[in-house]
Design a protein around this ligand. Structure first.
Ligand code: HEM
Length: 511
């Protein structure tokens, strides 16, 4: 009897699921689509939608959909309804949409507020966040950069002595550059106290626990009753308390009397909101966590991909060294903020890495108005749709770049790609509250985003990457170890695009 009723429940359950699936599929095939709304990409599984195909090869998925549906289409992914706006015009539309129509906060804050903490970035009112960006940007100027370059090179040399001490060896490029970048960035931006705590104190573990709150699962389920979520929250409290104690000590001891602190922390400690309120310590701590996450994975993965591309191109490495000899006098010359500017090919290599391997290849906003109209196609995008801009696709579009899948830093020097014709003339400048930024209305090359949410760490990012790569190349020769397949495939399963492992390179200390 009991077995019978279980059997019937199972049978009816299966029938209900099959019927549900059939209705879901038929409704997509038969129902007439609304021509005013963007076309919807077909998917088999409700809720999950196109998540699996997107998750495996997002660039190809977006390129295929663009070919099939045009420059605007809607797809489903893990409960989200996403409308992708493709091409340079799509980027422009998403990045420069008005704040009362679509919002980055509505797209990101459910995840970021737990990692960064309250009242900063997307958890702050938009005008306050723009002020916070202005404070951070104030710390990222030439005076501080001059002090940062020797700090970066000394961190690199210490790191090489400690971790790559033999004359030759094989090392996982991503692991190595993640460690090196956290050392250099924390020394320059986070403050000497955080840097020393990385080696001997709790910061490495706190960083790890916070980082576990920045996984794709947190985007879908920001707050599950799981240990990793609890550790994330505890880490945020401990990091906030650690910063509070550092701020107190600096104030009590009048630590910056000789203007020796060139980090963001010091600048924030001396900043006040427009209404005259000094930044509360908690805001400072939470902004420092946000800065750490804004710069860490993005810069670490760019350093990694650059070295992985160069390891396959001894010809470019040779030219990079020649450039240093020609412009700086010798490979032993001390790197400075000013002489790094002369290393054009090195800059082009970083730029080319950001084109081919942008750490953030799509950027999101959520429609918060009842509807949003994309004038170019006349489509109406409903409220709650997530908007996607996809610079990761425009950056490998042969409409804008010749031979787009080739790693070719010289394209940025020779400037023969169609993209350069589009960039001619001054870009429209707009001040959203953190200083004027080009709204980059014409360029399909946007690894740092555009508009009000544009990155403020770009200059520091280039400076740090150039200093790290130049120091590495003057110290080591690199190539791929025997049996390696060369430049690895991208892994899209983490929040930034990292190389698939193994991503080993072989280093040989130069004489
Ligand atoms: C190679 C290095 C970096 C890359 C590729 C990168 C990329 C980006 C991108 C694509 C955005 C725009 C996000 C969006 O529109 O949704 C962004 C914003 C931002 N980045 Fe960076 N970034 C880098 C380094 C840094 C560094 C070093 C810092 C801090 C010093 C930083 C701080 C920020 C901040 C505060 C924002 C503003 C977010 C907003 O307004 O919504 N970034 N970055």
């Amino acid at each position: 009897m009991l077995v019978d009723s279980f059997g019937s429940i199972a049978l009816y359950g299966s029938l209900a699921i099959i019927t549900g699936f059939a209705i879901h599929i038929l409704s997509q095939l038969v129902a007439k689509s609304d021509p005013k709304k963007p076309p919807v990409v077909f998917h088999f599984v409700p809720w999950l939608g196109n998540a699996v195909v997107f998750g495996m090869q997002p660039i190809k998925f977006l390129q295929d959909c663009q070919k099939k549906y045009g420059d605007i289409f809607t797809f489903k992914m893990a409960g989200m309804t996403i409308t992708a706006c493709m091409g340079a015009d799509g980027n422009q539309f998403v990045f420069n949409s008005k704040q009362n129509l679509s919002s980055a906060a509505a797209a990101y804050n459910h995840m970021t507020k737990y990692v960064f903490g309250s009242d900063v970035v997307y958890d702050a009112p938009h005008n306050i966040f723009m002020e916070q960006k202005r404070f951070i940007k104030a710390a990222l100027g030439a005076d501080n950069f001059r002090k940062h370059v020797p700090m970066i090179t000394s961190e690199c040399n210490e790191f090489f002595e400690k971790n790559l001490s033999g004359s030759t060896g094989v090392v996982d490029a991503h692991t190595m550059f993640s460690k090196l970048i956290i050392n250099t960035a924390s020394r320059c931006l986070m403050g000497k106290e955080i840097r020393s705590n990385l080696d001997d104190g709790p910061v490495a573990k706190l960083y790890y626990d916070l980082d576990q709150g920045f996984q794709p699962i947190n985007m879908m389920f920001p707050n599950l009753p799981l240990p990793s979520y609890k550790r994330r929250d505890i880490a945020n409290q401990k990091m906030t308390a650690l910063y509070a104690s550092i701020i107190k000590r600096r104030r009590d001891e009048n630590d910056n009397i000789e203007q020796s602190n060139s980090d963001i922390l010091q600048t924030l400690m001396e900043s006040s909101y427009k209404d005259g309120t000094p930044l509360p310590d908690e805001h400072i701590a939470h902004m420092m966590i946000a800065v750490l996450f804004g710069g860490q994975h993005t810069s670490a993965t760019t350093a990694t991909w650059t070295m992985l591309e160069l390891a396959a191109r001894p010809d470019i490495m040779k030219e990079l060294r020649q450039e240093m000899i020609d412009k700086l006098g010798s490979l032993k010359a001390e790197l400075t903020f000013d002489n790094l500017k002369d290393l054009t090919l090195l800059e082009a290599c970083v730029r080319e890495t950001l084109r081919l391997h942008p750490p953030i290849f799509t950027m999101m906003r959520k429609v918060i108005a009842d509807k949003l109209v994309y004038e170019k196609t006349g489509h109406t995008i409903p409220k709650d749709h997530v908007l996607f801009a996809a610079p990761g696709v425009t950056q490998v579009d042969d409409k804008y770049f010749n031979n787009p899948t080739k790693y070719d830093p010289y394209r940025w020097i020779e400037k023969t790609d169609p993209v350069h014709a589009m960039e001619v003339g001054a870009d429209a400048n707009e001040d959203y509250g953190f200083g004027a930024v080009g709204i980059s209305s014409k360029s399909p090359f946007l690894p740092f985003g555009a508009g009000r949410h544009r990155c403020i760490g770009e200059q520091f990012g280039y400076l740090q990457l150039k200093a790290v790569i130049a120091t590495f190349l003057t110290t080591f020769d690199i190539d791929y170890p025997e049996g390696s397949k060369g430049v690895p495939e991208p892994d899209y399963t983490s929040m930034v695009v990292i190389p698939k492992h193994p991503c080993d390179i072989r280093y040989k200390r130069r004489q």
